[in-house]
Design a protein around this ligand. Structure first.
Ligand code: DGY
Length: 328
């Protein structure tokens, strides 16, 4: 007799090819209208599912997990960041958590460079001026930005994405500096021409551009605190394509308004989808709606990873992208 297919509940709309394959393989419940699930809907989902496929818009906290049915055994997150899932609570209940690392690296690094270029060369500001109809023509002193070539870039978090940012940045003539929990092997540092700073404080004080590329964990919450932001040069620019929570957004906003930091490129925010209204009118700030990894190819690759993690788990093996052991 055929084995019963596991119930897989997917909380948001995924690419069609992924949803179709998921329907073929499992007893899958989709979210056709793509609405972010309410807390009540999430509770219903964890009660009914054998496997939950959430995204970063679902807060899977201790309270939700406490109501999960005995049958919930796997949370196969569609995304790399897992700061919206209480990993310790999942582990206590014997629930495996997987994510989708590696397939977003290049897209997120591209967006990081796009933000750096945009802020330093005032690309969005120029585009806004054209559309306003108020451009009165070229002048030698109009819309001056800064030369990227030769500036110092400090990367906070030199994992896959940080390293991909470094490779690109080197091509733009930036000198690469980084702070990381662990120093990279010498051959990687040589390849990237990268200088390691054990002290984040010391690195921050010397850089022209800071790029935040570390994950949000309890240890990195407000890593760029008000105190640390004050260490930055007045001419420095900060770019974040990781998680809003890594920077104290209130302090950053205050400093941008007061001219204590020259500019910022932010793809992520502390209380998404809310954005501090005081950021909205600042000319020296480029704001994007968390789209660092938003490519069609990337989303399909993420879905493939989710499928592989679920299928491996269902077949009785250890899924390749287990996070629970690496992040706790
Ligand atoms: C992730 O996978 O964590 C990304 O932030 C999604 O864009």
């Amino acid at each position: 007799m055929a084995r019963k297919k596991p119930i897989v509940i997917v909380t948001r709309k995924l690419p069609d090819v992924i949803e179709t394959r998921m329907m073929e393989l499992f007893d899958t419940r989709l979210n056709d209208d793509d609405h972010p699930m309410t807390r009540e809907e999430l509770v219903e989902a964890v009660k009914a599912a054998d496997i939950l496929v959430p995204t970063l818009t679902d807060r899977i906290d201790k309270g939700i997990l406490a109501q999960a049915g005995e049958n919930l055994r796997l949370i196969a997150n569609f995304g790399t960041g897992v700061d919206h899932i209480d990993l310790a609570a999942a582990r206590e209940r014997g629930i495996t958590v997987t994510n989708t690392p590696g397939v977003l690296t290049e897209d997120t690094a591209d967006m990081t460079l796009a933000l750096i270029l945009d802020v330093i060369r005032r690309v969005s500001e120029g585009a806004r001026l054209i559309r306003s109809g108020e451009w009165s023509g070229w002048s030698p002193t109009h819309m001056l930005g800064h030369r990227l070539w030769g500036k110092r870039l400090g990367i906070v978090g030199m994992g896959r994405i940080g390293s991909a940012v470094a490779r690109r940045a080197k091509g733009f003539g930036l000198s690469i500096h980084y702070h990381n929990r662990r120093q990279l092997p010498e051959y990687v540092e040589q390849e990237l021409d990268a200088t390691y700073w054990e002290s984040l404080d010391q690195m921050l004080a010397r850089m022209d551009i800071i790029s935040v590329n570390c994950p949000h964990t309890p240890a990195t919450f407000h890593l760029l605190s008000a105190r640390r932001l004050k260490l930055l040069k007045k001419t420095a620019v900060i770019v974040n394509t990781s998680r809003g929570e890594v920077i104290d957004e209130q302090a950053l906003t205050r400093m941008l308004r007061g001219g204590e930091i020259a500019g910022a490129g932010l793809d992520v925010f502390e209380h998404e989808p809310a954005v501090n209204p005081k950021l909205l009118n600042l000319g020296n700030v480029v704001l994007l709606p968390h789209m660092g990894s938003a490519t069609i190819e990337g989303r399909v690759d993420m879905g493939e990873k989710v499928l592989i993690n679920i299928k491996t788990f269902v077949d009785g093996h250890k899924p390749p992208d287990r996070v629970i052991d690496t992040l706790l």
